[in-house]
Write a protein that binds this ligand. Structure first.
Ligand code: PLP
Length: 418
């Protein structure tokens, strides 16, 4: 268990189910198929689930590759893997490049950086020369920008110049070539095809430069769910004698975006791009707290900041020690005019009333008379067949499950359970 505070006593925590994390990884690997390896993305502190908690579990489940945000996250993940038996340490891909000062740690701990800027190569080469490392001993993966204009080198001249750096006597080795797709949840979005075509031509440039990467990777949760990109990948990789890999994060934690269609085709009923994966996923995090106070209010009493909720009759209210400083979104607030979020108490849904404040939230337990102080409350998770998911919070907050999950703050300790 970890927390920013040394002696965590506040009754709020997030349980991370190791068995669900393993099951989701296996479901992803099954959906990707035997020809595609799945890189488990644990960036952004494993989407709020705790990267150092999740890394050893995923390695134990057979993950050969983990993806982290930065060198500093990679170093923490490496340290967390020290508990594993010898020979069971997965590779760690640093997905957002590197910054001056990070090259030593990358080489010390055998992290594998994604590179696309010439300065990335300058930093690694200089550090490798300083250490007299042999030719082709530092593996890197080059990212190609095939149409997202975020990270990556553009095919053509810029790629040509980047590839020219991988000479036989360079300490660097082009181990992987990757791209990232912008619109995979929209299965028939023409952008997917455009990006894959650009990727194929970039791979031809790689081959023409005489380079033989071992891995070619693209795609994410949604492309694995739709089955669209994984179908294309093995052939692309095979053209270079490489192995196909895809990178997935969200599904590991038990969520997937609903698949959409650009042409308004109803995806499932037409049998076009069926979700392969979504139905077998289980949320890994159960976010919990306890009731710390109970009170009764009368008809006409106002509740919370700015009195956005006025009791329509006698109500029993429970106070929960969770607020937006924990990442419990303020958009879950409720007024008389507009319902807000819910929590689970004794297996039933209890509505939030009034504004979610920084540290505290009030819920209506009038319909759950057996509630008492210290009762467990589920903020995200399941109980008695009822479920509140990060996707439900996301809908109310006008955002995505990704942002809800990685927005749960460090004030909430993560506890790994079986
Ligand atoms: C975050 C990320 C992924 C994983 O995306 P999910 O939708 O969470 O599966 C894959 N590749 C890159 C480059 C990413 O940044």
């Amino acid at each position: 268990m970890r927390s920013v505070l040394p002696n965590h006593t506040r009754p709020i925590w997030a349980e991370i189910s190791a068995s669900r994390l393993r099951d989701n990884f296996h479901a992803l690997q099954a959906a990707a198929g035997p020809q595609i390896e799945v890189l488990a993305v644990i960036k952004a502190d494993a989407y709020g689930h705790g990267a150092t908690e999740c890394a050893p579990v995923l390695a134990g489940a057979g993950a050969q590759w983990l993806g982290v945000t930065s060198a500093e996250e990679g170093l923490a993940v490496r340290a967390s893997l020290a508990i594993l038996p010898q020979g069971m340490s997965p590779r760690v891909l640093v997905m957002c490049g590197l910054w001056p000062g990070e090259e030593a740690g990358i080489l010390d701990r055998g992290l594998t950086p994604v590179v696309w800027e010439p300065y990335h190569l300058d930093l690694l080469e200089a550090e490798a020369h300083r250490r007299n490392l042999p030719a082709q001993s530092v593996a890197v993966h080059a990212e190609i920008d095939t149409g997202m204009a975020r990270q990556g080198v553009t095919p053509g001249d810029l790629l040509e110049r980047l590839l020219a750096r991988f000479t036989t006597d360079s300490p660097l080795k082009l181990e992987g070539v990757m791209t990232h797709l912008a619109s995979t949840e929209v299965g028939d979005d023409p952008q997917n095809q455009v990006q894959m075509i650009a990727f194929a031509s970039a791979l031809q440039q790689v081959a023409a430069a005489g380079l033989k990467p071992e891995y070619v990777h693209a795609g994410n949760t949604s492309s694995t769910d739709s089955g669209y990109i994984p179908q294309d990948l093995p052939a692309l990789a095979a053209g270079l004698g490489a192995r196909a890999m895809t990178r997935a994060g969200l599904a590991l934690y038990g969520y997937a975006l609903p698949l959409e269609s650009a042409t308004d085709r109803v995806i499932q009923s037409e049998g076009f791009l069926k979700p392969h994966l979504a139905s077998s996923l289980k949320p890994v995090m159960t976010w919990k707290t306890r009731i710390v106070s109970l009170r009764e209010v009368q008809c006409g009493d106002s509740i919370g900041y700015n009195a956005t909720f006025v009791a329509p009759g006698t109500m029993r209210l429970a106070l929960l020690p969770v607020g937006y400083a924990d990442g419990f979104r303020r958009a879950l607030s409720a007024s008389n005019a507009e319902a807000g979020g819910l929590v689970l108490l004794h297996g039933r849904r209890a509505p939030i009333v009034g504004r979610v404040s920084m540290d505290l939230t009030i819920v209506d337990v009038t319909a759950i008379p057996e509630c008492s102080i210290a009762d467990e409350v589920i903020l995200l998770g399941e109980s008695n067949g009822e479920r509140i998911g990060a996707d439900e919070h996301a809908r109310l907050a006008g955002t995505s499950a990704y942002e809800v999950l990685c927005g749960i703050s460090n004030r909430v300790p993560r506890v790994v359970v079986s």
